[in-house]
Design a binder for this molecule. Sequence first.
Ligand code: KG4
Ligand code: ZN
Length: 336
Amino acid sequence: MKILSIESSCDETAAAIVEDGRNVLSSVVVSQVEEHKLYGGVVPEIASRRHAEAITEVVNETLEQASLTLNSLDAVAVTYAPGLIGALLVGVNFAKGLSYATGLPLIPVHHLRSHIAANYITNPELKPPFLCLVVSGGHSHIVAVEDYTKMKIIGKTRDDAAGEVFDKVARTMGMPYPGGINLDKVAENGDENAYVLPHPKVADAPYDFSFSGLKTAAINIIHNASQKGEQVNVENLSASFRKAVVDCLIDDFLKAAQDFGYKTLVIAGGVSANSLLRRRLEEECSNQGYTLYKPELKLCGDNGAMVGAQAYYEYLSGNTANLDLNAAATMSIEKG
Ligand code: KG4
Ligand code: ZN
Protein backbone atom coordinates (compact mmCIF):
# COMPACT_ATOMS: atom_id res chain seq x y z
CA MET A 1 0.00 0.00 0.00
CA LYS A 2 1.51 3.33 -1.12
CA ILE A 3 0.68 6.35 1.05
CA LEU A 4 1.46 9.96 0.20
CA SER A 5 2.03 11.69 3.53
CA ILE A 6 2.19 15.37 4.41
CA GLU A 7 3.71 17.12 7.45
CA SER A 8 3.43 20.84 8.28
CA SER A 9 3.05 20.98 12.08
CA CYS A 10 5.91 23.38 12.77
CA ASP A 11 8.67 24.80 10.57
CA GLU A 12 9.29 22.01 8.06
CA THR A 13 7.12 21.51 4.98
CA ALA A 14 7.52 17.82 4.22
CA ALA A 15 6.02 15.02 2.16
CA ALA A 16 6.90 11.41 1.45
CA ILE A 17 5.62 8.27 -0.22
CA VAL A 18 5.92 5.22 2.01
CA GLU A 19 5.00 1.66 1.09
CA ASP A 20 3.47 -0.63 3.73
CA GLY A 21 4.67 1.55 6.59
CA ARG A 22 8.34 0.70 6.26
CA ASN A 23 9.67 1.31 2.77
CA VAL A 24 10.34 4.97 1.89
CA LEU A 25 9.98 5.52 -1.88
CA SER A 26 10.63 9.26 -1.69
CA SER A 27 10.88 12.00 0.92
CA VAL A 28 11.24 15.77 0.64
CA VAL A 29 11.77 18.17 3.56
CA VAL A 30 11.91 21.94 3.08
CA SER A 31 13.04 23.73 6.23
CA GLN A 32 12.13 27.30 7.15
CA VAL A 33 14.81 27.47 9.81
CA GLU A 34 16.92 30.19 8.15
CA GLU A 35 14.02 32.62 8.26
CA HIS A 36 12.94 31.83 11.85
CA LYS A 37 16.59 32.19 12.96
CA LEU A 38 16.25 35.96 12.43
CA TYR A 39 13.68 36.03 15.27
CA GLY A 40 15.34 33.50 17.60
CA GLY A 41 12.44 31.03 17.32
CA VAL A 42 9.51 29.92 15.17
CA VAL A 43 7.09 32.75 14.27
CA PRO A 44 3.76 30.90 13.76
CA GLU A 45 2.33 33.39 11.27
CA ILE A 46 5.42 33.18 9.07
CA ALA A 47 5.44 29.38 9.34
CA SER A 48 1.87 29.12 7.99
CA ARG A 49 2.61 31.41 5.05
CA ARG A 50 5.78 29.57 4.08
CA HIS A 51 3.95 26.22 4.21
CA ALA A 52 1.28 27.64 1.90
CA GLU A 53 3.97 28.73 -0.56
CA ALA A 54 6.02 25.51 -0.44
CA ILE A 55 3.52 22.68 -0.17
CA THR A 56 2.55 22.19 -3.82
CA GLU A 57 6.17 22.02 -4.96
CA VAL A 58 7.13 19.71 -2.08
CA VAL A 59 4.35 17.26 -2.99
CA ASN A 60 5.17 17.46 -6.72
CA GLU A 61 8.82 16.74 -6.03
CA THR A 62 7.89 13.81 -3.78
CA LEU A 63 5.87 12.25 -6.63
CA GLU A 64 8.65 12.94 -9.13
CA GLN A 65 11.37 11.43 -6.94
CA ALA A 66 9.35 8.21 -6.67
CA SER A 67 8.42 8.34 -10.40
CA LEU A 68 4.78 8.00 -9.40
CA THR A 69 1.56 9.86 -10.19
CA LEU A 70 -1.46 10.41 -7.96
CA ASN A 71 -3.16 7.51 -9.80
CA SER A 72 -0.71 4.98 -8.41
CA LEU A 73 -1.29 5.92 -4.75
CA ASP A 74 -3.56 4.14 -2.27
CA ALA A 75 -4.12 6.85 0.35
CA VAL A 76 -3.24 10.36 1.48
CA ALA A 77 -2.10 10.96 5.07
CA VAL A 78 -1.53 14.15 7.00
CA THR A 79 -0.37 15.34 10.41
CA TYR A 80 -3.50 16.90 11.94
CA ALA A 81 -2.38 17.42 15.59
CA PRO A 82 -0.67 18.60 17.75
CA GLY A 83 1.27 21.62 16.47
CA LEU A 84 0.93 25.24 15.37
CA ILE A 85 -2.67 25.51 14.27
CA GLY A 86 -2.13 27.73 11.22
CA ALA A 87 0.75 25.54 10.08
CA LEU A 88 -1.23 22.29 10.53
CA LEU A 89 -4.21 23.70 8.63
CA VAL A 90 -2.10 24.18 5.49
CA GLY A 91 -1.19 20.48 5.37
CA VAL A 92 -4.67 19.32 6.40
CA ASN A 93 -6.41 21.39 3.73
CA PHE A 94 -3.95 20.36 1.04
CA ALA A 95 -4.43 16.68 1.92
CA LYS A 96 -8.21 17.12 1.91
CA GLY A 97 -8.01 18.70 -1.53
CA LEU A 98 -5.98 15.75 -2.80
CA SER A 99 -8.38 13.26 -1.26
CA TYR A 100 -11.38 15.11 -2.73
CA ALA A 101 -9.87 15.25 -6.21
CA THR A 102 -8.63 11.65 -6.32
CA GLY A 103 -11.15 9.83 -4.13
CA LEU A 104 -8.27 8.36 -2.09
CA PRO A 105 -8.86 7.66 1.60
CA LEU A 106 -7.64 10.36 4.01
CA ILE A 107 -5.65 9.26 7.07
CA PRO A 108 -5.20 11.64 10.03
CA VAL A 109 -1.92 11.14 11.89
CA HIS A 110 -0.92 12.33 15.37
CA HIS A 111 2.48 14.06 15.26
CA LEU A 112 4.02 12.24 18.23
CA ARG A 113 2.80 8.86 16.99
CA SER A 114 4.60 9.59 13.74
CA HIS A 115 7.83 10.46 15.59
CA ILE A 116 7.64 7.00 17.19
CA ALA A 117 6.96 5.43 13.77
CA ALA A 118 10.21 6.89 12.38
CA ASN A 119 11.72 3.92 14.19
CA TYR A 120 9.82 1.41 12.02
CA ILE A 121 11.67 2.80 8.99
CA THR A 122 15.14 2.66 10.56
CA ASN A 123 14.56 -0.63 12.40
CA PRO A 124 12.49 -2.98 10.20
CA GLU A 125 12.39 -5.67 12.90
CA LEU A 126 10.86 -3.36 15.54
CA LYS A 127 7.29 -4.18 16.57
CA PRO A 128 5.18 -3.17 19.60
CA PRO A 129 5.02 -3.68 22.53
CA PHE A 130 7.82 -1.39 23.66
CA LEU A 131 8.45 1.60 25.90
CA CYS A 132 9.25 4.87 24.13
CA LEU A 133 10.84 8.11 25.30
CA VAL A 134 9.33 10.78 23.04
CA VAL A 135 11.28 14.01 23.35
CA SER A 136 10.66 16.95 21.03
CA GLY A 137 10.45 20.74 21.09
CA GLY A 138 6.94 20.65 22.54
CA HIS A 139 6.66 17.33 24.41
CA SER A 140 8.54 14.99 26.73
CA HIS A 141 6.65 11.75 27.29
CA ILE A 142 7.33 8.20 28.38
CA VAL A 143 4.83 6.18 26.34
CA ALA A 144 3.91 2.51 26.57
CA VAL A 145 3.35 1.53 22.93
CA GLU A 146 1.12 -1.49 23.50
CA ASP A 147 0.27 -1.76 19.82
CA TYR A 148 0.82 0.40 16.72
CA THR A 149 -2.24 2.50 17.54
CA LYS A 150 -2.67 1.78 21.25
CA MET A 151 -0.56 3.97 23.51
CA LYS A 152 -0.54 4.86 27.18
CA ILE A 153 1.30 7.81 28.73
CA ILE A 154 3.35 6.57 31.69
CA GLY A 155 5.01 9.91 32.43
CA LYS A 156 5.37 13.40 31.02
CA THR A 157 6.81 16.80 31.72
CA ARG A 158 4.96 18.98 34.20
CA ASP A 159 6.27 22.16 32.60
CA ASP A 160 8.77 22.70 29.76
CA ALA A 161 9.71 20.10 27.16
CA ALA A 162 13.31 18.91 26.87
CA GLY A 163 13.80 20.49 23.41
CA GLU A 164 12.32 23.76 24.63
CA VAL A 165 14.81 24.07 27.52
CA PHE A 166 17.74 23.15 25.28
CA ASP A 167 16.62 25.91 22.88
CA LYS A 168 16.09 28.53 25.62
CA VAL A 169 19.41 27.94 27.38
CA ALA A 170 21.26 27.89 24.05
CA ARG A 171 19.60 31.16 23.05
CA THR A 172 20.57 32.81 26.37
CA MET A 173 24.16 31.83 25.63
CA GLY A 174 23.84 33.53 22.21
CA MET A 175 23.53 30.44 20.01
CA PRO A 176 21.33 30.65 16.89
CA TYR A 177 17.93 28.93 16.64
CA PRO A 178 17.38 25.97 16.86
CA GLY A 179 19.67 25.96 19.86
CA GLY A 180 19.38 22.29 20.87
CA ILE A 181 21.59 20.96 18.10
CA ASN A 182 24.15 23.77 18.55
CA LEU A 183 24.31 23.27 22.32
CA ASP A 184 24.83 19.55 21.73
CA LYS A 185 27.80 20.23 19.43
CA VAL A 186 29.41 22.79 21.75
CA ALA A 187 28.91 20.47 24.75
CA GLU A 188 31.14 17.84 23.15
CA ASN A 189 34.17 20.02 24.05
CA GLY A 190 33.08 20.92 27.59
CA ASP A 191 33.49 19.56 31.10
CA GLU A 192 30.09 18.23 32.21
CA ASN A 193 31.05 18.51 35.90
CA ALA A 194 32.12 22.17 35.72
CA TYR A 195 28.76 23.63 36.81
CA VAL A 196 26.50 22.22 39.51
CA LEU A 197 22.87 22.13 38.37
CA PRO A 198 19.73 20.71 40.02
CA HIS A 199 18.21 17.39 38.90
CA PRO A 200 14.55 18.14 39.68
CA LYS A 201 12.20 15.28 40.58
CA VAL A 202 8.42 15.43 40.75
CA ALA A 203 7.19 14.27 44.18
CA ASP A 204 4.93 11.19 44.02
CA ALA A 205 5.24 10.96 40.21
CA PRO A 206 8.41 8.97 39.55
CA TYR A 207 8.03 8.97 35.75
CA ASP A 208 7.22 12.68 35.32
CA PHE A 209 9.79 15.31 34.40
CA SER A 210 10.20 18.94 35.41
CA PHE A 211 12.70 20.98 33.43
CA SER A 212 11.77 24.59 34.13
CA GLY A 213 13.76 24.86 37.41
CA LEU A 214 16.79 23.38 35.71
CA LYS A 215 16.42 25.85 32.84
CA THR A 216 16.11 28.79 35.26
CA ALA A 217 19.19 27.64 37.20
CA ALA A 218 21.27 27.62 34.00
CA ILE A 219 19.91 30.98 32.84
CA ASN A 220 20.65 32.49 36.30
CA ILE A 221 24.27 31.36 36.01
CA ILE A 222 24.53 33.19 32.67
CA HIS A 223 22.82 36.38 33.96
CA ASN A 224 24.80 36.46 37.23
CA ALA A 225 28.04 36.19 35.29
CA SER A 226 27.07 38.99 32.90
CA GLN A 227 26.02 41.27 35.82
CA LYS A 228 29.55 40.90 37.17
CA GLY A 229 30.96 41.63 33.72
CA GLU A 230 32.13 38.03 33.41
CA GLN A 231 31.48 35.39 30.77
CA VAL A 232 30.33 31.86 31.44
CA ASN A 233 32.39 29.08 29.92
CA VAL A 234 29.91 28.23 27.15
CA GLU A 235 31.37 24.78 26.45
CA ASN A 236 31.35 23.78 30.13
CA LEU A 237 27.86 25.14 30.82
CA SER A 238 26.50 23.43 27.69
CA ALA A 239 28.05 20.13 28.78
CA SER A 240 26.81 20.45 32.38
CA PHE A 241 23.30 21.43 31.29
CA ARG A 242 23.10 18.67 28.67
CA LYS A 243 24.20 16.13 31.26
CA ALA A 244 21.56 17.30 33.76
CA VAL A 245 18.72 17.04 31.19
CA VAL A 246 19.92 13.65 29.94
CA ASP A 247 20.30 12.33 33.52
CA CYS A 248 16.67 13.27 34.27
CA LEU A 249 15.40 11.68 31.04
CA ILE A 250 17.34 8.44 31.46
CA ASP A 251 16.61 8.00 35.19
CA ASP A 252 12.84 8.13 34.72
CA PHE A 253 12.87 6.16 31.48
CA LEU A 254 14.87 3.26 32.91
CA LYS A 255 12.83 3.26 36.12
CA ALA A 256 9.63 3.03 34.06
CA ALA A 257 11.13 0.21 31.96
CA GLN A 258 12.01 -1.74 35.09
CA ASP A 259 8.72 -1.11 36.92
CA PHE A 260 6.52 -1.91 33.89
CA GLY A 261 8.65 -4.84 32.72
CA TYR A 262 9.60 -3.58 29.24
CA LYS A 263 12.77 -5.01 27.69
CA THR A 264 12.56 -3.17 24.37
CA LEU A 265 13.24 0.57 24.61
CA VAL A 266 12.85 3.17 21.87
CA ILE A 267 13.60 6.88 21.59
CA ALA A 268 11.89 9.35 19.27
CA GLY A 269 11.50 13.08 18.47
CA GLY A 270 13.94 15.89 17.71
CA VAL A 271 15.84 15.51 20.99
CA SER A 272 16.47 11.81 20.25
CA ALA A 273 19.23 13.18 17.96
CA ASN A 274 21.11 14.35 21.07
CA SER A 275 24.51 12.69 21.05
CA LEU A 276 24.84 12.28 24.82
CA LEU A 277 21.33 10.83 25.15
CA ARG A 278 22.11 8.29 22.42
CA ARG A 279 25.54 7.35 23.84
CA ARG A 280 24.41 7.10 27.44
CA LEU A 281 21.30 5.07 26.64
CA GLU A 282 23.33 2.68 24.48
CA GLU A 283 25.70 2.09 27.40
CA GLU A 284 22.97 1.72 30.03
CA CYS A 285 20.85 -0.55 27.83
CA SER A 286 23.72 -2.85 27.00
CA ASN A 287 24.77 -3.00 30.69
CA GLN A 288 21.24 -3.64 31.92
CA GLY A 289 20.09 -6.05 29.21
CA TYR A 290 17.64 -3.84 27.32
CA THR A 291 17.36 -3.70 23.52
CA LEU A 292 17.49 -0.07 22.36
CA TYR A 293 16.14 1.28 19.06
CA LYS A 294 16.82 4.78 17.75
CA PRO A 295 15.71 6.54 14.57
CA GLU A 296 18.52 7.42 12.16
CA LEU A 297 19.51 11.07 12.62
CA LYS A 298 17.71 12.36 9.52
CA LEU A 299 14.42 10.87 10.80
CA CYS A 300 14.65 12.36 14.33
CA GLY A 301 13.36 15.79 13.28
CA ASP A 302 10.08 16.47 11.49
CA ASN A 303 9.67 14.70 8.12
CA GLY A 304 6.97 13.20 5.94
CA ALA A 305 8.29 9.63 5.93
CA MET A 306 7.46 9.08 9.61
CA VAL A 307 3.89 10.26 8.92
CA GLY A 308 3.56 7.68 6.13
CA ALA A 309 4.90 4.96 8.42
CA GLN A 310 2.33 5.60 11.16
CA ALA A 311 -0.43 6.23 8.62
CA TYR A 312 -0.17 2.64 7.37
CA TYR A 313 -0.93 1.27 10.83
CA GLU A 314 -3.67 3.86 11.45
CA TYR A 315 -5.30 2.75 8.18
CA LEU A 316 -5.05 -0.94 9.13
CA SER A 317 -6.78 -0.14 12.43
CA GLY A 318 -9.64 1.57 10.56
CA ASN A 319 -8.66 5.17 11.26
CA THR A 320 -9.63 7.28 8.27
CA ALA A 321 -11.14 10.77 8.21
CA ASN A 322 -13.93 12.49 6.30
CA LEU A 323 -13.48 15.74 4.42
CA ASP A 324 -14.58 17.69 7.50
CA LEU A 325 -11.26 16.78 9.19
CA ASN A 326 -9.96 19.69 11.28
CA ALA A 327 -6.52 20.37 12.76
CA ALA A 328 -5.96 20.60 16.54
CA ALA A 329 -3.19 22.45 18.38
CA THR A 330 -3.28 19.94 21.24
CA MET A 331 -4.28 16.28 21.28
CA SER A 332 -3.28 13.41 23.53
CA ILE A 333 -1.17 10.69 21.94
CA GLU A 334 -3.53 8.19 23.60
CA LYS A 335 -6.50 9.46 21.59
CA GLY A 336 -4.45 9.60 18.39
O1 KG4 B 1 10.56 16.78 16.96
P1 KG4 B 1 11.07 18.11 16.53
O2 KG4 B 1 11.84 18.21 15.25
O3 KG4 B 1 9.89 19.13 16.46
C1 KG4 B 1 8.83 19.09 17.37
O4 KG4 B 1 7.92 18.27 17.18
O5 KG4 B 1 8.93 19.86 18.36
O6 KG4 B 1 11.98 18.62 17.72
C2 KG4 B 1 12.64 19.85 17.67
C3 KG4 B 1 13.43 20.00 18.95
C4 KG4 B 1 14.04 21.40 19.07
O7 KG4 B 1 13.79 21.87 20.37
C5 KG4 B 1 15.51 21.13 18.81
O8 KG4 B 1 16.36 22.05 19.44
C6 KG4 B 1 15.68 19.76 19.41
O9 KG4 B 1 14.53 19.06 18.97
N1 KG4 B 1 16.91 19.09 18.96
C7 KG4 B 1 17.91 18.75 19.79
C8 KG4 B 1 18.92 18.18 18.99
N2 KG4 B 1 18.50 18.20 17.69
C9 KG4 B 1 17.26 18.77 17.69
N3 KG4 B 1 18.02 18.87 21.13
C10 KG4 B 1 19.15 18.41 21.69
N4 KG4 B 1 20.18 17.87 20.99
C11 KG4 B 1 20.10 17.72 19.65
N5 KG4 B 1 21.10 17.18 18.95
ZN1 ZN C 1 8.18 16.97 15.79
